[in-house]
Design a protein around this ligand. Structure first.
Ligand SMILES: Nc1nc2c(ncn2[C@@H]2O[C@H](COP(=O)(O)OP(=O)(O)OP(=O)(O)O)[C@@H](O)[C@H]2O)c(=O)[nH]1
Ligand SMILES: [Mg+2]
Ligand SMILES: [Zn+2]
Length: 352
């Protein structure tokens, strides 16, 4: 759309928020409108003030419409260069979200690579399982990645079996030795764009230090030069990711060629404290988010069965028969206890 206001052309372009820091958003504009000068470009800009007023925070993954004018770019021969400060560019509209998470703070996720380490840091399985349940509840396809296999191979394989038996796609990998990385890359490459042909948005998520950034750099060698800009050195000299950054598909080249099926985000690791602030849902929704519980639901003796300890509970029987892993049921109990007195759940309001 093009309008003229005081002799300036004003343009509207759709795009995707790749990252946002301190109210400044990096947006990849769709490459569809040849008449909108910045189409296909990546711009940095702010959001219109009304969002803050309404307590709406634009998130990485948001589909947005931005407005800009002729003052927002300059032409150099055939090349158009967007204003690096984006002073005349702003987010006008956030399109309806398919889903929205607090950790990692992202919208419209299709897939979550839930990453844990076999050791260093030792995995907190209740946290992993909580993340899996949140993904299921938000209709995000979870994939479990057990990293640092080199440190504890036997334990890594044990965890792999638990998550594969529960019905998840799961991979054991080591960035140190490279084992399992090819299989994971092949899996990612096999994921085709969703039915409406939009590229899927995926993110790596998990505790801090499990190796998310290292693994992403190994999977997508073209990223490795860039991660320095999104991670910072901690007091202990370690690099840690400070913000969600979605990498546009055209930069995600696999070693053997180009790959455009995904946008993939690196995200800051969770801490124990973050666990408290995770997204959650109602107690009654919990059993449905446990993938391997589903075949047994509706088969318990009591219709209001909590699946914690009742007589003739189909879940407890499956647990006793070894069909459900004890650690998964333990995580279920922890989440159940957390949710049982928490009702109704008030989603925290996010501010800029
Ligand atoms: N032994 C071993 N160490 C690894 C492996 N992958 C990563 N590391 C090390 O683990 C540390 C943390 O790796 P990162 O990739 O920064 O972890 P992260 O999950 O991105 O951490 P945050 O950004 O803080 O969330 C680094 O010192 C890596 O060298 C692995 O497969 N094996
Ligand atoms: Mg990182
Ligand atoms: Zn039951």
């Amino acid at each position: 759309m093009e309008q003229t206001t005081s002799q300036r052309n004003v343009y509207l372009s759709p795009g995707l928020i790749l990252s946002g820091v301190g109210g400044r958003y990096t947006i990849e504009l769709d490459n569809i409108r040849a008449d909108a000068p910045l189409h296909g470009q990546t711009v940095v800009c702010r959001a219109k003030g009304a969002f803050r007023h309404d307590c709406i925070t634009p998130l990485p993954g948001d589909r947005v419409t931005i407005s800009y004018s002729d003052a927002s770019f300059r032409r150099q021969g055939d090349t158009i260069l967007p204003d690096p400060d984006g002073t005349d560019i702003r987010i006008e509209k956030i399109h309806p979200r398919y889903n929205e998470l607090i950790r990692p703070p992202m919208a419209n996720l299709d897939m979550l690579f839930i990453t844990l380490a076999a050791a260093a840091p030792a995995p907190l399985l209740p946290m992993v399982d909580k993340l899996l349940c949140i993904a299921e509840h938000n209709r995000i396809e979870p994939v479990v990645i057990i990293g640092k296999r080199d440190l504890q191979p036997a334990y890594a394989d044990e965890l792999l079996a638990i998550y594969q038996n529960a019905g998840f796609a799961a991979f054991g990998v080591s960035a140190q030795t490279g084992e399992g990385v090819d299989a994971l890359r092949a899996y990612i490459a096999s994921q085709t764009p969703s039915a409406d042909n939009k590229r899927k948005i995926a993110a790596f998520a998990g505790a801090s230090g499990v190796g998310k950034s290292t693994l992403m750099n190994l999977l997508f060698p073209s990223l490795s030069q860039e991660t320095g800009s999104v991670s910072e050195k901690t007091e202990r000299g370690r690099h840690t990711t400070r913000q969600v950054t979605i990498f546009p598909a055209q930069r995600l080249h696999l070693t053997d060629g180009s790959f455009g099926g995904f946008y993939i985000a690196d995200t800051p690791g969770f801490s124990l404290l973050d666990l408290e602030r995770f997204d959650f849902f109602e107690k009654d929704d919990l059993p449905l988010t446990m993938r391997e519980f589903r075949p047994y639901l509706g088969q318990c003796r009591y219709t209001d069965c909590t699946h914690t300890k009742e007589q003739d509970c189909a879940i407890v029987i499956a647990l006793q028969q070894g069909k459900i892993a004890p650690c998964r049921h333990e995580s279920f109990l922890i989440m159940y206890n957390e949710l049982k007195d928490k009702r109704p759940w008030n989603k925290p309001q996010r501010k800029f």
